[in-house]
Design a protein around this ligand. Sequence first.
Ligand code: BGC
Length: 405
Amino acid sequence: MKEYRGSFPENFYWGTAISSYQTEGDNTHSDWWEYERAGRIGNGVHSGKAANHYECYEEDFDLIQSLHNNSFRFSLEWSRIEPQSGQFDMTAIEYYRSYILSLRKRGIEPFVTLWHYTLPVWLAERGGWLHKDAHRYFVRYVKFVMENLIADTDVRYLITMNEPLVYVLCSYINKKYPPQQASIVSAVRVVRKLIKAHRMSYRAIGKIKKGMRVGIAKNNTYFDTLSKKRIDRFIVFIAGYAWNRYFLNRIRRHSDFVGINYYFHNRISFRWRKLFNPRTIFNCNENEDTSDTGWEIYPAGIYYVLMEARRQQKPIFILENGVADAKDRIRSLFIMEHLKYVWKAMRDGADVRGYFYWSLIDNFDWADGFDPRFGLFEVDYDDYSRHPRVSARVYADICRYGKIV
Ligand code: BGC
């Protein structure tokens, strides 16, 4: 991107993101843990101690400081806080209190995700999000966390849920995540439940504490056409509506900001013969440059995703953007190029307030196990030591000076 010049605003939030299950380790009351034990995830992967973040979060916070970050996104593990239905574990609450206070002491703004994919076993056994009261269970958990943790720890930013549609796709369509169903009917029901759960939580949070800023982290894709054919443009419109805009529109009156996770560009190319295998209509990407997971690297896409999110007329946070790159071959350039497009979107009117790189450290990447390496810091899984990649230095300089140096 050649046009880039200038800096990001002084009060811009620079951060990294992680989630509890992917980093903490030993989350034994979660549905994922059960499925892993039964050998039902990926090629029999097991999260085990994950990145051992539970024990060494202070060291990880030192890493955050070395990046000159002023913010950090992490999640609370519902199954740790409420291991049995209606029975909350105060030691878990106290743990997260020390965690948040330690961030605050270091001058780091916490961005707290309340739910990032994993469910307590007791809820999974009752049918998970398909249970008629699932949204009420979620709100009960949210209220407890608000009253016993958030209200007196000075947290201002809350993300109720991470990537609801990715969750539904992987849990109720392609069977990658628990409960590994393939049912459009269930998928639609869960989407509606999640919308309800978010809206009810939003209202509950507002009643307990004024001034909280609440939103979700939405995985949005840049849909594009291979040709200029009308039908392709029509499919782009429908896909963009269903995947990018629908959920956000439905919670618009119950959100203070739009959280965007950007990873994907998706080119669409329709041919009548593809109707026999509709999947081939999607992802007709050139794939000139790809990550270790085979995902196309397409920095310009973040520009379009942000310009689309701008229509929500709310502040925007990029809550995830990152690349699996074990050898750190392209990560520095990846970050710089994406940020140039973020800057361009801001110049063109998108009210972007922060950028969180995924991820601070290597971690358990769900059904793909430990293979994808998203971290700015490499984790040695033999002794859980952390080692900075060169890109960590590059990102640290960007955050320090507020511009691409
Ligand atoms: C998820 C993360 C995941 C990342 C990379 C995102 O969609 O929120 O949990 O690790 O993708 O796979």
